[in-house]
Write a protein that binds this ligand. Sequence first.
Ligand code: A2P
Length: 318
Amino acid sequence: MGRIPSVVLNSGWSIPLVGMGTATYPIPTPDLVEESIIHAIELGYRHFDSASIYQSEKPLGQAISEALRRNLVSSRDELFITSKLACADSQPDLVLPALHKSLQALGLQYLDLYLIHFPGRVKCEKGLIFTKEDVLPFDMKGTWEAMEECHRLGLAKSIGVSNFTCKKMALLLAHSNISPAVNQVEMHPLWQQKKLRDFCEEKGIHVSAYSPLGGYGALWGSNLVLESEELKQIAQAKGKSVAQVCLRWVFEQGVSLLPKSFNKERMKENLEIFDWPLSEEELQKISLLPQQRLSRAETFVTPKGQYKSLEDLWDGEI
Ligand code: A2P
């Protein structure tokens, strides 16, 4: 298996273009997560996407120590580790303590990438599951200043955001001293994010795709992507799987991708996307697929809150 290609972020650090996603629900046993990550390292994965709410930081940290012990990697610097600020910690004074908590769970001195998980805030100690009553106003400017401090302290080599629209990115850029390096968003052939990708490209911000297969098996997402008849036809004609066609398409857009699977065969298959192209005709077919955002985060929409409708929350990008 060849090395996974990478690109350089606006922070100067490189990001491998395929990473392993670790969000899944119900949350699996730590042993399964650890074992899957060690296997991923054996297969050649070097980029791992975690978040405090996924409860994957601790098993990821244990997998990293075990990989070092077994000499699967010679130093922690060979890995690219992302974690995310939970919405429960999305207020300026909680950012640094939250990052310290993540680093402690991971057993690491620094993160390669720390992201604001979502442009929203909820009452403390809420994980993946919360209700509309838990939603609080989100101070984007103050929270980002605290993220910048994490970077200045050397605790996060790169900082960025997740689930930000063009409008929210523009607002953030107007108030930032350090530009976000990454915006991690839902992206797959059925939600292509063309407008956001163009915006980010113009501003020098890298886009990373979560749920590149539609996120089936997470709390959000569906099997619509993997069951798409058009994608099945392309895959069959190419002798590839639907998953590989999706991942190759994301890769060809210059976007990094974070497929999630703890299944050994699928983890291997998801890396076999670098030595074959999609044809112009196939790209054209994919560009015409009907579009649908699968991860809508409707809980953040409340009549008295910051986001009164889905239109508001996603700034029309819905
Ligand atoms: P599993 O975890 O059982 O392997 P996403 O990457 O968009 O978050 O989607 C995750 C879903 O896609 C999971 O249900 C996962 O199943 C499935 N999946 C991951 N890789 C493949 C693959 N190569 N073929 C089919 N399904 C896959």
